[in-house]
Design a protein around this ligand. Structure first.
Ligand code: G16
Length: 543
């Protein structure tokens, strides 16, 4: 067994998006593609000699092979220890926790999140830093620079390492510690939430369906919900991780989690439904016939988090991404909490969490989490809801109705136009930017524009600055449209259009979102000429 350097050439375009490098699986399987990116990352963090890393992934196609490559490269680069999940599995939040718990120098997480898996689908890799959180923009830039100048990478010649059983192995001088992917994470959840109250709820006949979508949260949900909390067997559906996620999109929204939505709107619907995504960081919450938008879920958690033991002291502050609805802002204002508005991307919450300025964060893209790790956390959100339901004794729909009565309702919907021509998308955005200054004072679909801007952000902790983070158009009457291009797609461009309308009239809190947002939708189309430019008369996905 020896280490050698293998000559390579820079591969153009290995630039991370919103969350690491996501590409077609076949791209990752092409010669040098994965290896270049891993070596660039190890160079970008200042070299790997003597470092300790966590490695794991969501179990999608190519996960096992990619982990073996990373282990061999880590050994060749002088890494001292790698902690890896059994069978190469780790959810993103569990990986974040292991990095923090074991005080490692960071870790590689292999996932393309909610994107489908398979040889003709998507793969991804991201590096999380020693705080457990996604690479900062500065580190992401450094890694990208390395990908553009790379000339060789280190590789240890060795057989595959067996990862089916926990315990330690050696690869040259490097120790590989294979751990149970669930145990430490489950112990953390038991510290944060009132497991006794939740267990009593289940013992009293409370019904739940958790859809793991054939992805990584299956083993976590079986262990925590069924084994530790006593939910009946069968509460978790689609609980075995499959390389192609059963040919589905492991994206927890009403479109892709249609099996769960069918159960929750059927005649024998249980009290509570939830789902998580490919790598376990996203969540969907649904009551009997009552879907909760991620933005509303964030606001409700902000209002009730003190019911969970880990948050009994109250929250230090909350943070949301700019496109996320302002529902949480209203809770923060009422409770006198700080509220931060960041660009899209969990990485922007890291400094706020580290500095203790916020300990609850959330995004419209089905992400919610706290300072217990440095990633959004699907099962954490589900357990938080269960804790709130158990202690308050209220159903999902009663909780939401009360919330809207107290704070008003932010009707909200995101419309995605997927795989559109990149040139068309870029032109739509640049033409829109060019006319932003002229919009205030004009009316569209009966709505008067009050502000139009391209979002930029200066981090209040490390003072780093980013611009071009999405176009925001505000209207009189607390309505808003946000438009931006996704940074996580792998085909063409995805235009995301976020629609929001606040309603505080108690008699108008139970409209359909379509009705409440009709004027905002029309205004967005008139301003950005979406239909005319894309040729699409309807979005591909509405959440
Ligand atoms: C990632 C990021 C999130 C972001 C989401 C959507 O989530 O971690 O912060 O909100 O992508 O980003 P975009 O709108 O650019 O596609 P995940 O769950 O895909 O890792």
């Amino acid at each position: 067994m020896t280490a050698r350097r293998i000559a390579t050439q820079a591969i153009p375009g290995q630039q991370a998006g919103t969350s690491g490098l996501r590409r077609k699986t076949r791209d990752f399987m092409a010669p040098h593609f994965l290896e270049n990116y891993v070596q660039a990352t190890l160079n970008g963090i200042g070299g790997a000699a003597g470092k300790r890393l966590v490695v794991g992934g969501d179990g999608r196609y190519f996960n096992p092979e990619a982990i073996q490559v990373i282990l061999r490269m880590a050994a060749a680069n002088g890494v001292a220890e790698v902690i890896v999940g059994r069978d190469g599995l780790l959810s993103t939040p569990a990986a974040s926790h292991l990095i923090r718990l074991n005080k490692t120098d960071g870790g590689f997480i292999l996932s393309a999140s909610h994107n489908p898996g398979g040889i003709d689908a998507d793969f991804g890799i991201k590096f999380n830093m020693a705080n457990g959180g996604p690479a900062s923009q500065t580190l992401a830039d450094a890694i990208y620079d390395e990908t553009q100048t790379i000339a060789d990478y280190g590789m240890f010649d060795a057989h595959d390492i067996a990862l089916h059983e926990t315990g330690t192995r050696q690869l040259g001088d490097m120790t590989i510690t294979v751990v149970d992917p669930v145990a430490d994470y489950a112990a953390l959840m038991a510290e944060l939430f009132d497991f006794n109250a939740i267990a009593k709820l289940f013992a009293g006949g409370f019904g739940m369906c958790f859809d793991a979508m054939h992805a990584v949260t299956g083993p976590y949900a079986h262990k925590i919900l069924e084994d530790m909390l006593g939910a009946p067997k069968g509460t978790v559906i689609n609980g075995i991780p499959l390389p192609d996620f059963g040919k589905g999109h492991p994206d927890p929204n009403p479109i892709w989690a249609h099996e769960l939505m069918g159960i929750m709107t059927g005649p024998d619907a249980p009290d509570f439904g939830a789902a998580s995504d490919g790598d376990g960081d996203r969540n969907m919450i649904v009551g009997r016939g009552a879907y909760v938008t991620p933005s509303d879920s964030l606001a409700l958690i902000a209002a009730h988090a003190h019911l969970a033991p880990g948050y009994a002291q109250g929250l230090s502050g909350v943070a949301r991404s700019m496109p996320t609805s302002t529902a949480v802002d209203r809770v923060a204002a009422a409770k006198g909490m700080a509220c931060f508005e960041t660009p899209t991307g969990w990485k922007f919450f890291g400094t706020l969490l580290d500095a203790g300025k916020a300990n609850l964060c959330g995004e419209e893209s089905a992400g919610t989490g706290s300072d217990h790790v440095r990633e959004k956390d699907g099962l954490w959100a589900v357990l938080m809801w269960l804790n709130i339901i158990a202690v308050s004794g209220k159903s999902v729909s009663a909780l939401m109705q009360d919330h809207w009565q107290n704070y008003g309702r932010n009707y909200y919907s995101r419309h995605d136009y997927e795989a559109i021509d990149i040139n068309v998308a870029n032109r739509l955005v640049s033409d829109l930017k060019a006319k932003l200054d002229s919009l205030p004072g004009q009316s569209f679909a009966g709505l008067d524009v009050t502000e139009a801007s391209d979002f930029s952000y200066r981090d209040p902790v490390d003072h780093s600055f980013v611009e071009g983070q999405g176009i925001q158009i505000k209207f009189a009457g607390d309505a808003r449209v946000v438009l931006r291009l996704s940074g996580t797609g792998t085909e063409g461009a995805t235009l995301r259009v976020y629609l929001e309308q606040l309603e505080t009239d108690a008699a108008r809190l139970n409209q359909t979102p379509e009705d409440a947002l009709a004027a905002v939708k029309q205004a967005a189309d008139e301003i950005a000429e979406i239909t005319a430019r894309t040729g699409r008369d309807a979005p591909d996905v509405k959440t």
